[in-house]
Design a protein. Structure first.
Length: 490
């Protein structure tokens, strides 16, 4: 860190970001100051300045002697785990040698959270330093030390092989083979324990891991009440009145489908006519929705059985709420500027990636931001709290209120702005996406469609069946070497 000047101190003070700034008049308040330093390490980092008037924020400085420096060193040794931040002494002009003492507590450098000071852990609630509840302290220990505490690797002793969907497990392996992320030799694995061992989520000797239950369980909420997602469409911009609500208690693949289908049901914009075909678009780009959902499923916390995912659609926005948090010391901007992957549940994320559901490691947030920018939408808002992460997409064009009598975007009882004499009709936007891939690449196979669209193999099969039944596409050639071709309906 470069040496600070008094101008730098003035800039820090002027920023007036109370959550990341703590000022004390002198080191006579060193205990309170270091408690705030501990809170900075356990949240988003921040500056501790001695020699500043707390109310007026006037730079006063203080006398600094060798005993002063020794006192600071002694108090820094009270941190657990041990830290060694750079302490700077900045001259205050025309003050008879007084100095401002500046210490930056950087959680990116000291990431071994949670930290305690003098035997007590602290964290920030808005701009207030407070003692950390035991529940949060224990949770941070578990979630930030997955090598020691891993929920997904624990054995679900109550589960038996019959509780898992063997067909879905085989389909997941097949999907991974189709996209080239799983070797074809894996298709020879016939029994479920061997298939679980392939994904490192169980096996003959290892039992059935929690990850296997939430990924492939037939009824995962029998074992984990938190394995569910709550979906709601509200009237207006508040939660006072429901239009539609449901709860999906399926496994993660079923939750993904439930969220996507719910969003498509309630977030279509009016259809438009281009080249004689109906084109429907989501209020938020499909790619942004998809990446958000996959991030929720891969990075959520599982430790609290009362916490579950939720999706809330309002007239002006959609909110995704996830019981989890960004790695301590990181921000949304960090993941945009330098894409990285640090999944809360690496085994679950590995299955989603290798089976082709997740397109790449660490690109999720950047893809979300890019998709919204290309669609002309406001930047998504990321709300971080100790217990949850929420992402909010605000619509460029609000959904038509249901009760206004002026329309019904997402109405479950009537078509949405159905054009007359429309030659092509899709049940949802993913079917159109599948059709577009086939029209752009005549002769393409299922694996190619998956690579082009990012859809799962079961979804591609469903959409191909619909397009075939409606006479929009046909299969030509053998099952192994043939592919799908569009049929001109004009």
């Amino acid at each position: 860190m470069r040496e600070l000047t008094i101008q730098d101190i003035e800039t820090i003070i002027r920023s007036d970001e109370n959550r990341i700034l703590e000022v004390k008049k002198t080191t006579g308040e060193i205990d309170a100051g270091m408690s705030s330093g501990c809170a900075f390490l356990n949240t988003d980092g921040g500056w501790l300045l001695f020699g500043i008037a707390p109310k007026s924020l006037k730079i006063l400085g203080q006398d600094v002697t060798d005993p002063t420096k020794q006192e600071i060193a002694n108090h820094l040794r009270k941190f657990d785990p041990l830290i060694n931040p750079y302490v700077q002494y900045v001259d205050v002009p025309e003050s008879d040698g007084k100095k401002v003492i500046a210490i930056y507590f950087d959680p990116a450098e000291y990431s071994d959270v949670p930290y305690s000071y003098d035997g007590r852990p602290y964290y920030k609630v808005e701009n207030t330093t407070t003692l950390m509840p035991r529940q949060l302290f224990e949770r941070l220990i578990r979630e930030n030390h997955p090598e020691k505490f891993s929920w997904e690797k624990e054995i679900c002793h109550k589960a038996i092989l019959e509780d898992l969907d063997a067909k879905r497990i085989r389909g997941t392996i097949q999907a991974g083979v189709n996209v080239g992320r799983i070797p074809s030799s894996s298709l020879q694995l016939q029994d479920v324990p061997a298939q679980l061992a392939h994904f490192k989520i169980g096996g003959e000797k290892d039992g059935i891991h929690n990850a296997a239950v939430v990924l492939f369980g037939k009824e995962p909420t029998r074992f984990f009440n938190q394995c569910k997602v709550r979906l709601a469409r509200f009237e207006g911009t508040s939660m006072r009145q429901f239009r539609d609500q449901t709860v999906c208690e399926g496994n993660l693949f079923e939750q993904y489908d439930a969220i996507i289908n719910f969003c498509q049901k309630h977030m279509f914009l009016a259809g438009t006519m281009e080249t004689g075909q109906r084109i429907d678009t989501l209020t938020v780009p499909f790619l942004a929705i998809r990446e958000t959902v996959l991030n929720m499923l891969a990075h959520r916390s599982w430790w609290d059985e009362d916490e579950s995912l939720s999706v809330a659609i309002f007239d002006d926005r959609i909110e995704f709420t996830n019981p989890g948090h960004f790695p301590i010391g990181t921000s949304v901007e960090d993941f945009i500027e330098t894409p990285r992957s640090k999944p809360q549940n690496p085994d679950i994320a590995n299955v989603l990636f290798r089976s082709g559901w997740m397109e790449s490691w660490g690109r999720g947030i950047a893809n979300i931001m890019d998709a919204c920018e290309q669609a002309g939408l406001p930047k998504p808002e990321f709300i971080k709290a100790p217990w949850i992460t929420r992402i909010i997409f605000r619509f460029k064009t609000p959904l038509t209120p249901y009760l206004s009598g002026k329309g019904g975007n997402g109405s479950s009882s009537e078509p949405i702005n159905e054009p007359l004499n429309e030659p092509l009709n899709y049940s949802n936007i993913q079917v159109k996406t599948t059709h577009d891939a086939i029209k752009s690449h005549p002769g393409i196979g299922r694996s190619g469609i998956m690579a082009q669209t990012g859809l799962s193999l079961p979804s591609v099969k469903r959409y191909i069946a619909e397009l075939t039944a409606k006479g929009y596409i046909e299969h030509r050639g053998s099952k192994k070497t043939g592919g799908y071709f569009p049929i001109n309906k004009q």
